[in-house]
Write a protein that binds this ligand. Sequence first.
Ligand code: ATP
Length: 311
Amino acid sequence: MTALEVRNLHKRYGPHVAVDDVSFTVEAGEIFGIIGPNGAGKTTTVESIAGLRTPDSGSISVLGLDPIKDRAEVRERLGVQLQESSFPDAITVAEALELYSSFYRNPADWRELMELLGLTERRNTRYKALSGGQKQRLSIALALVGNPSVAILDELTTGLDPQARRDTWSLIERVRGTGVTILLVTHFMDEAERLSDRIAVIDGGRVAAVDTPAGLIAQSTAVQQVRFRVSRPLDESVLTELPDVTEVENTDGRWLVTGGGPLLTSVAGALARAQVVAEDLRIDQRNLDDAFVALTARAAESPEPSESSID
Ligand SMILES: Nc1ncnc2c1ncn2[C@@H]1O[C@H](COP(=O)(O)OP(=O)(O)OP(=O)(O)O)[C@@H](O)[C@H]1O
């Protein structure tokens, strides 16, 4: 089932094009990441989904509803944690949660949520006295207090220390376990890679690619390298004749094989057939950081996103 659908979204601020034909769909129960450089149009896109901005053209469906025309209903079913949450300094954690839960028809049990987010011990602490991590957790709790089917989390862990980031990630995984669809806007590649089922890379107001984290990494580079050592002589042709291999180098028994496709499997199979034991067999891993740089550079070179990149 589709939870969110964005089709051909356009938004300008005066002469400046912030969102330029963005399309993607998010399935129910997914964590869908949106990554992109500063000013890419991520916040404008999610604020349009939340009904906080009116697009110039294009369509948005949130659980089959239009965020502008069906604003009241969308508000009930969509939880939003946006970049800057500001609350009165004197409000306590419990007061904020109770107040926000009163805004909804079928709110979650705010006490349970307070427990889930590890805020029970801070229930009587005033907002101004909370640490950065506690404020962040409170803003997530407030995004979930309406018992939403879809939650938008923007810059979830910005400003948190490494431990608090990890705790927040576990928390989001627990929230996903409750069936909530999550749209996650982030600058952090490790966060996107760890949490997202699929990711849209947005650059210059356009979708550069939509795929799983592994798919984005594979899309961004066809070239892989496998390294290993062997304890006895190996005939180079064992490797050069493999269809996936483009280059083979051997320096004093240290081999470097370059190619594409399922390179590691091909090389390991060929070595086994030649009855050669490889030591320290490893593939040079690419990560989402590399993919992001490659994909956003590629988008800058080509004015049109490729057909295959549009979801
Ligand atoms: N209210 C506004 N008025 C004018 N320009 C705006 C406004 N809001 C955003 N912009 C511009 O539109 C572009 C997209 O901004 P947006 O905030 O959507 O990007 P973003 O990807 O969320 O960036 P960041 O990662 O820095 O938060 C930017 O160039 C920004 O300067």
